[in-house]
Write a protein that binds this ligand. Structure first.
Ligand code: ZN
Ligand code: ZN
Length: 371
């Protein structure tokens, strides 16, 4: 896998066309997933301005603080054939961008995660230029993964699977969620990520709280434990997977809940195919859970897109008539939560292909009973 595969040179051209179609005169992209997507440059988010300027007419350029120029040149952006210009400490980088935008640029797209201080600084130097969200342009490109991006997501999925496979090394009664979480975080890195994005270990009643993270609660015999973990790999793509464990013997009631959830999640991953809408896919799992009497306890959407960010388009949610297309990658993560008692969630990343859904998390979805 060469960087060129992940960052094809035609991407800037496609972004430029999409910006023109949206009536924008230019895109202004600061460090983050959009910049990495367009250029391969994984820039540090700093108070000093780094900005890809992509005018609809004229040549794009990457403006970076002079001291960051070697890093920018060494990144895949250095192979794109675009100008990479450094600005000196005494210069005003916002004024430099404004001076180089085509005169009369009425509207620019700024990336969705640009810091407010930078958005406001651009507003000050471009008082007659409206600002819009670049995400409305770039989201349409990023939502369909290329073959190389799908490969990168497969590697991320395999990496987080390896962490789940080792859970028995750390998860046992008598340890706190935080102790277990520390071990998991270390393994996320040793098993093929460069960064830990989140570690959720929800034991006992905490399993009923979808976004519980870690606490000093001591895990007790018979506790169900939701483990939802994710990280970012070297090439910037994210993993996100949830499995459920029981330390000791689970109750019959919990087993029943888990069987319903597993049936729902399987039905959803099996239903992924081009043309099915996001809301239909959501309903397929929701109906199984509702028919079993747990309807009010599935309290969140089915899933979110994933790529260079853990949460991105498409969202698998009621009310979204978006038809799925080959290349779309997203989580399928229904959950059932009985407040103050217990809950469970099963989460796989699935990529839509011409032939249906491909699960990128291959480890068993059955309830794991640990000694
Ligand atoms: Zn998750
Ligand atoms: Zn998720």
């Amino acid at each position: 896998m060469t960087p060129t595969d992940l960052y094809p040179a035609d991407r800037l051209e496609r972004a430029r066309e999409a910006a023109a179609d949206a009536g924008l005169g230019a895109l202004l992209i600061s460090p983050g997933a959009d910049l990495r997507y367009l250029t391969g440059y994984h820039a540090l988010p700093l108070e000093r301005l780094t900005c890809l300027v992509l005018p609809v007419e004229g040549e794009p350029f990457l403006l970076v603080p002079e001291l960051e120029r070697p890093a920018a040149l060494a990144s895949p952006a250095g192979n794109l054939g675009i100008e990479i210009t450094g600005w000196a400490e005494t210069e005003d980088p916002y004024a430099l961008v404004a001076a180089r935008l085509p005169a009369g640029t009425a509207r620019v797209g700024v990336d969705n995660h640009m810091w407010a201080e930078k958005v406001v600084a651009f507003r000050t130097v471009l008082p007659d230029t409206d600002q819009a969200l670049a995400g409305e342009v770039l989201g349409g490109l990023r939502i369909r993964k290329t073959g190389a991006e799908a490969e990168a997501l497969r590697r991320a999925g395999a990496a987080i699977d390896r962490v789940h496979a080792r859970m028995g090394e750390w998860l046992r009664a008598g340890r706190t969620e935080r102790e277990v979480g520390r071990d998991i975080a270390e393994a996320i890195v040793t098993e093929g990520h460069v960064r830990v994005d989140f570690v959720i270990v929800g034991s006992g009643p905490h399993s009923a709280s979808p976004h519980h993270e870690l606490s000093d609660r001591v895990i007790l015999p018979g506790d169900p434990v939701v483990v939802d973990i994710g990280g970012t790999t070297e090439d910037g793509y994210c993993s996100d997977s949830t499995r459920d464990y029981v330390v000791g013997e689970p109750s019959a009631e919990y087993r029943r809940l888990y069987e319903v959830l597993l049936t729902a999640q399987r039905a959803q991953t099996d239903a992924v195919r081009p043309g099915i809408t996001a809301e239909r896919l959501d309903a397929i799992g929701r109906d199984v859970i509702a028919d079993a009497g747990f309807g009010p306890h599935f309290i969140h959407r089915t899933g979110h897109g994933i790529g260079l960010e853990t949460h991105e388009e498409p969202y698998i949610v009621a009310g979204s008539a978006l038809p799925l297309e080959p290349g779309m990658a997203f989580s399928v993560e229904p959950g059932i939560y009985l407040p103050d008692r217990f809950g469970a969630r099963i989460e796989d990343i699935v990529i839509c292909t011409d032939d249906g859904g491909e699960r990128l998390n291959r480890i068993s979805r059955e309830l794991v009973v640990l000694p």
